[in-house]
Design a protein around this ligand. Structure first.
Ligand code: ADP
Ligand code: MG
Length: 730
């Protein structure tokens, strides 16, 4: 008998929900308790240090040495008061996870004892060894040392007994080795460019922040079953497994009542998240069995992203406590929905205006249309970059499968808003406007909020959908760091807003009135972006054809996608806005390619191992049982006609099993050989391409035969938990 699988199933029978102690009070009473936020800063810092820090947070001024020491002292006191014994710089290297190295506060004294100490220099900067993190070749050329430096815009927090200080991570020579550095730069670029454009409409705006509200999907699998699946443990997805007879076809999981064990888990991690000041708002069952979603209230993008990374980390930890394994992989199971991480994105002024929300009068609506169309133009011009920012070895399985948008970027506006744009295009003349024309355009623009108010139009198949007051970028993968997509989106929009400002200013120079200059430019954008507007079914095969006719990109693989980063117009956008240098871009491309290659390599190895050491031996054992049976019947009935009729089906089965075994062996050997060829390739790009085109197809090929065997082989002997078990145990 396949011991581990049945042991795991037995474990399941005894599972109980693990209820946590109720905090016994309102969330508002303990929300943010473990965050060094403004009220705590006020309490623990001198007035001078507090003001100094506020300037750094709000205006980006430098923190001097003396003040840093004073701030560190206050932060330490707060941390010790809340049970911390260690501190760490917490950063986002270019891997799938965050990084931390804990140091104790203790320091020896001359008297032979120890005291708790922490200094401004330890708070502000540390030097982790960069050579153990992906750097895309940057570290080879220079020293291995890297720096982490405090990001004052995201508050420190305590996890367990460790004070975590959010930091950026850069190389010895100053290149970004993380997600946060370019994200902060892209946000700064957007801020500047958007403020400049806002001044056409409102001189009071002095800051524009990008807002991000992520929706995180995930699967929960019972821990015992998970541990009995080496493919899940090592690759986070099932490399084999025949579809269960029932999965999501009855549509009975989405929004249905949440299973007890899962609710207990959710309450537990939500409580931790609230202590860390993460404003979680929504939880529900998703479409696939054992698939769920969590979403917070949106925040400024840098903080929102830190919170997303932190939540993922907390969820992994808390899941174990509840004897679950959590899967953030984009497609852990073939044939059912995968997981995404929708990025709801907008821009917010310091005067409180959401720039993607229609306003109350013609002026604010002009502002809304300006930002809307600039976003559309940026997305149109840089579709390939947006795709590159979300494609990964794992998300490749999800995009274009039947539950996610294809690898084509299109924008959904909805019927009403589309009509507004079309009418605007019609009504703005190419020559100077008459007063009548002006009045009528203004009147129409003034009507936008009413039009959108009635507009409940929603399209869940669009990768980039306007949802009334924000865009929802839905192609982002569930395991991704949101920053990857946010760096690109904010950079291209900043770049576009700058171009817009230049164009409008040039028209104003020529003597055209400001409003007219803006309208003329917008009219051109409406024309130029028409091809990317699509309100139909983004999951349909027709759309793929239609998009090709429209000349839209359809980029399906990582090696193909990363080219976008090195195209002249992309390099220009990144460098002109001081987000990433050409060298940093090259490094990032290298990192993406390496990650891709390694992931496919790992999957190929795991599948090879499982095929040879688990599946084939099982199939052979079952075949031997059949052979024994046939032999026994022959002993009883002799070799006559009777016998042939009796064993016909079993002989057929033996042949089938034998043939699948043969195919698996043959293909596994061929896959290993392709890997050997690919591994000799020095060029990262060519290597990734080989892994994509030569190695990757074998994963499906081999799986096909294994899944067929699963249908034939005695259930008692099958070693790996089946889909029905993985997906319905809860
Ligand atoms: P749905 O599933 O219908 O898309 P959810 O309520 O699950 O909606 O998620 C919507 C997300 O969008 C939430 O995180 C919400 O806070 C966020 N959001 C709302 N307004 C904005 C905005 N102006 N900017 C960014 N995110 C926003
Ligand atoms: Mg959504």
């Amino acid at each position: 008998m396949a011991t581990l699988r049945f042991y795991a199933l037995k474990e399941l029978l005894g599972r109980q929900p693990l209820y946590i102690d109720e905090p016994g009070k309102l969330v508002s009473d303990y929300f943010g308790k473990l965050v060094f936020d403004k009220p705590k800063m006020q309490k623990y810092l001198s007035k001078e240090a507090y003001n100094h820090l506020m300037d750094a947070i709000e205006k980006g001024t430098r923190i001097d040495r003396k003040m840093a020491d004073s701030i560190a002292l206050g932060m330490k006191s707060w941390a010790l008061d809340n049970g911390a014994t260690h501190y760490t710089h917490w950063f986002h290297p270019l891997t799938d996870a965050t990084a931390e190295k804990h140091d104790a506060f203790v320091n020896t004294t001359s008297g032979g004892g120890v005291i708790e100490s922490f200094s401004g220099s330890l708070l502000a900067q540390q030097e982790p060894d960069a050579s153990s993190f992906p750097s895309g070749g940057i570290r080879n050329t220079f020293e291995a040392r890297g720096y982490t430096a405090w990001d004052v815009s995201s508050p420190a927090f305590i996890v367990g007994t460790t004070l975590c200080i959010p930091t950026i991570f850069i190389s010895y020579t100053g290149e970004a080795l993380d997600y946060k550095t370019p994200l902060l730069k892209a946000l700064a670029a957007l801020d500047k460019a958007a403020v400049d454009v806002c001044h056409y409409f409102d001189k009071n705006v002095s800051k524009v922040a990008c807002t991000l509200g992520w929706e995180q999907e995930y699967f929960l699998i019972d821990e015992a079953l998970y541990l009995a699946r080496p493919d899940l443990v090592l690759t986070q997805r099932t490399l084999m497994g025949h579809q269960a007879s029932k999965d999501q076809q009855l549509e009975d999981h989405y929004f249905s009542s949440i299973p007890e064990r899962v609710i207990a888990f959710m309450e537990d991690f939500e409580r931790e998240a609230y202590l860390l000041g993460i404003p979680l708002k929504t939880r529900h069952n998703e479409v696939a069995p054992n698939q769920f979603e969590v979403a917070p209230i949106f925040e400024e993008a840098n903080l929102a992203n830190d919170h997303n990374q932190l939540v993922m980390d907390i969820m992994k930890r808390i899941a174990r406590k509840h004897r679950f394994a959590i899967l953030f992989h984009e497609k852990p199971f073939k044939g059912i929905n995968g997981s995404g991480k929708h990025n709801n994105w907008s821009m917010l002024t310091d005067t409180g205006t959401n720039l993607l929300s229609p306003g109350k009068n013609p002026r604010t609506n002009m502002q809304f249309l300006t930002f809307l169309l600039n976003v559309m133009k940026a997305v149109y011009e840089h579709q390939d970059l947006l795709l590159a920012s979300v494609l990964s070895a794992s998300n490749m399985h999800r995009l274009g499968a039947n539950e996610a948008p294809p690898s084509i970027i299109s924008i959904f506006l909805g019927y009403e808003l589309s009509k507004v744009l079309d009418e605007l295009e019609e009504s703005v003349p190419d020559k100077k406007m008459t007063p009548d024309q002006k009045t009528s355009i203004k009147l129409n623009i003034g009507k936008i909020p009413e039009i959108l108010l009635d507009n409940t139009d929603r399209n869940r198949t669009s990768p980039f959908a306007f949802t009334g007051n924000r865009f929802e970028y839905r192609a982002v993968g569930s395991s991704a760091n949101c920053a990857s997509a946010m760096i690109v989106l904010n950079t291209i929009v900043a770049n576009q807003l700058k171009a817009f400002k230049k164009e409008v200013d040039a028209l104003i120079e020529k003597g055209i009135k400001k409003d007219e200059a803006i309208l003329q430019t917008l009219k051109r954008y409406i024309k130029e972006t028409k091809n990317i507007r699509f309100d139909g079914n983004g999951y349909s095969a027709e759309w793929v054809e239609e998009a090709a006719r429209r000349g839209l990109y359809n980029i399906k693989s990582v090696p193909e996608a990363v080219h976008a980063y090195m195209k002249e117009k992309a390099v220009k956008a990144f460098t002109a806005n001081d987000v990433l240098s050409e060298k940093e871009l090259e490094a990032r491309v290298e990192v993406e390619l390496e990650k891709f290659t390694k992931k496919i390599q790992i999957e190929a190895r795991v599948l090879g191992d499982l095929s040879i050491n688990h599946i084939i031996p099982t199939a052979v054992s079952y075949m031997n049982k059949l052979i024994e049976n046939v032999q026994g019947l022959k002993d009883v009935f002799g070799e006559g006609e009777d016998f042939k009729e009796l064993v016909g089906d079993r002989l057929e089965l033996i042949r089938k099993i034998s043939s699948h075994i043969h195919s698996i062996k043959e293909k596994t050997t061929a896959m290993v050989n392709e890997r050997k060829v690919a591994n000799k390739e020095e060029d990262a790009h060519k290597k990734a391409e080989l892994y994509n085109t030569k190695v990757r197809p074998y994963l499906d090929d081999i799986r096909y035969h294994i899944d067929k065997l699963e249908l034939i082989v005695d259930n008692e002997m099958w070693p790996l938990p089946k889909y029905r078990e993985l997906l319905f145990a809860r």
